[in-house]
Design a protein around this ligand. Structure first.
Ligand SMILES: NC(=O)C1=CN([C@@H]2O[C@H](COP(=O)(O)OP(=O)(O)OC[C@H]3O[C@@H](n4cnc5c(N)ncnc54)[C@H](OP(=O)(O)O)[C@@H]3O)[C@@H](O)[C@H]2O)C=CC1
Ligand SMILES: O=C(O)[C@@H]1CCC=N1
Length: 289
């Protein structure tokens, strides 16, 4: 028998009375509980209570373990999850979007707010699948949401949502970090800036730690030294408002250690490597070869 998560139709017939019961039970429904869904859930629980949330994912053991860990109840199918929440987060890979959107197609109403996380799916793509009267927010969060330090870019049609809904959308994304609203044409650039870039930041931390472990610092101390430095430097940019170049200059004593390291980075194409990484990321988002 086909798995209920893989078929295009809800696996059960919707019971109208049960539907009403579900509707009042949770505000936010996560479909998919992988890296991003779990990070957002954990972050959101710093503000929302478990009763405000419902989730689903195909693996029963994962559903049980997340429920045991967080107290958040799960739905047994995508359709049930959509039926139990107003704000539905599509935290699944783009490859399974079609099947998930078919699962929830008959459940989603004009009252729902669909939050789509896939980098290459436009608001129009999702509304085409669900019906053009359906309301979609496109969002690009990142995994630091897990520790309440996420960064999310969002895009939506201002006229499609009430003030209360816009407040709730902001409250939700702010519950696990910061949020900025951008024009949808800039969402691929947001993927490069904050969606994918945590991976390169971890590479930076790992490489810098490798560099100093050579000189005898224990690895755990190397990670602490480097990670706190990244955190502090990021905070300087956010909180002082100073240009990153000025902040860099303040570290580079004339004839000192830092400028020598900076020169080595420039000689090895440090900035260029990051700009080229953004180019590749952008191309992947937009489908360009
Ligand atoms: N990871 C990241 O840093 C970021 C990811 N995103 C986007 O978020 C989305 C999710 O990514 P990510 O969390 O990394 O992916 P994962 O693969 O880690 O998680 C996907 C989740 O969806 C579940 N799933 C698979 N098939 C179905 C189905 N048919 N119905 C319901 N659930 C299903 C998976 O279950 P199972 O594991 O059992 O297959 C898993 O729980 C993607 O669109 C991604 O591009 C956006 C920003 C950052
Ligand atoms: O790599 C990806 O496709 C997803 C989107 C942004 C981060 N992870």
């Amino acid at each position: 028998m086909a798995c209920r998560y893989c078929t295009g139709t809800p696996y059960f017939k919707i019971d109208v009375n049960r539907q009403k019961e579900w509707r009042v039970m949770a505000k936010i429904g996560f479909i998919g509980m992988g890296n991003m869904g779990y990070a957002m859930l954990k972050g959101a629980l710093k503000i929302f209570s478990p009763e405000d949330i419902v989730f689903t994912c195909p693996s029963e053991s994962r559903r049980e373990s997340i429920k045991a860990e967080t107290g958040v109840d799960y739905a047994q199918s995508n359709a049930e999850c959509a039926n139990r929440a107003k704000y539905i987060v599509l935290a699944v890979k783009p490859q399974v979007y079609d099947v998930v959107l078919k699962n929830i197609h008959d459940i989603v109403t004009q009252e729902h707010v669909i939050i789509s996380l896939a980098p290459n799916k436009t608001i129009e793509d999702v509304t085409k699948s669900l019906g053009t009267d359906k309301r979609v927010v496109r969002a690009m969060p990142n995994t630091p949401a897990l520790v309440g330090e996420g960064m999310t870019g969002i895009s939506y049609d201002d006229n499609a949502f009430t003030f209360e809904e816009k407040d709730m959308i902001n409250e939700f994304f702010n519950s696990f970090g910061r949020v900025v609203k951008v024009n949808e044409s800039l969402m691929s650039a947001v993927v490069c800036a904050s969606g994918s870039s945590p991976a390169y930041v971890y590479m930076f931390i790992e490489a810098l730690a490798d560099g100093v472990v050579q000189y005898g610092i224990p690895r755990s101390q190397a990670y602490e030294l480097v990670a706190q430095t990244v955190l502090g430097s990021a905070k300087m940019v956010l909180e002082t408002g100073e240009h990153p170049g000025m902040l860099k200059d303040k570290v580079c004593s004339p004839g000192g250690t830092t400028i020598r390291a900076v020169a080595a980075l420039e000689a090895n194409g440090f900035r260029n490597a990051l700009i080229k990484a953004s180019d590749e990321c952008y191309k992947k988002c937009t489908g360009e070869k």
